[in-house]
Design a protein around this ligand. Structure first.
Ligand SMILES: [Zn+2]
Length: 247
């Protein structure tokens, strides 16, 4: 067994413990009703499938409270197709538990900008940097790589990357629909599926309008999202930054 470090030493861990102290003071000790209710069990209406990326915590970016979100996070927010084979499947088991046991009403697949997992998928990074697990995992969305093949030129690389991140959200939603218990509940109206995309460069939250896209702005922010189809997203981003700075 590996040796454990039982004390929270070092700046990063110390900040977490201090964060917990703040949480207890601001939430736990002031919201007895909520925590008493949660003692009886969780009843989240929303499940989120998000990326493990440290910048895209769904509870933080959406201001959720304990009990609001049932969350599974993995590299690139991927959903494998339904393939029960009596092997351990972490994401599939979370989906099954959220839907069958908790009866969530909504499942959100939350993708994000500058996703390293999608980049691995697109650019075959794993060949230069051999991963034991990541390469096979991101291959879950190999159809996105096929879809983007031929589109990647140096000039358009950032735009293609953003499009691929959104295409990956749509692929995960397609895969989600292959689970019989998902399809059944979507068909009879007990479950709604959503594809969301968090662009933290632009500070935007977008949602897929149809299973094929496009993604439209969901947040009430004042910054309009540049269309991802436009040739130069870098220019669009620079313009937004100038506009923001001017406000
Ligand atoms: Zn990611």
């Amino acid at each position: 067994m590996a040796r454990l470090a039982p004390r929270a030493e070092g700046g990063a861990l110390r900040r977490l413990v201090e964060g917990f102290d703040r949480f207890r003071g601001q939430h736990f000790e002031q919201d007895h009703d909520l925590y008493d209710t949660l003692l009886d069990g969780q009843r989240p209406e929303v499940m989120v499938i998000a990326c493990s990326d440290s910048r895209t915590d769904p509870a933080i970016i959406c201001g959720a409270r304990p009990g609001d979100l049932f969350v599974v996070r993995n590299v690139a927010a991927l959903v494998p197709e339904y393939r029960p084979d009596h092997r351990p499947h972490g994401t599939a088991s979370a989906i099954e538990f959220g839907i069958k046991a908790l009866g969530v009403r909504h499942v959100i697949v939350l993708g994000h900008s500058f996703c390293a997992g999608v980049r691995c998928l697109l650019e075959h990074d794993h060949r230069r940097e051999p991963f034991e697990f990541v390469s096979d995992w991101v291959d879950v969305a190999r159809e996105v790589r096929d879809e983007m093949d031929g589109l990647v030129t140096d000039a358009e690389r950032p735009v293609v990357a953003r499009r691929a991140e959104q295409a990956t959200v749509l692929a995960s939603l397609r895969h989600l629909a292959t689970y019989p218990f998902v399809a059944e509940r979507v068909a009879d109206g007990r479950l709604d599926l959503h594809g969301w995309y968090f662009h933290f460069g632009w500070g935007l939250l977008q949602a897929a309008e149809t299973p094929e896209g496009p993604f439209r702005q969901l947040d009430g922010g004042v910054t309009p999202a540049p269309a991802l189809g436009q040739a130069n997203a870098a220019e669009a981003l620079a313009r937004i930054r100038v506009e923001r700075a001017a406000r």
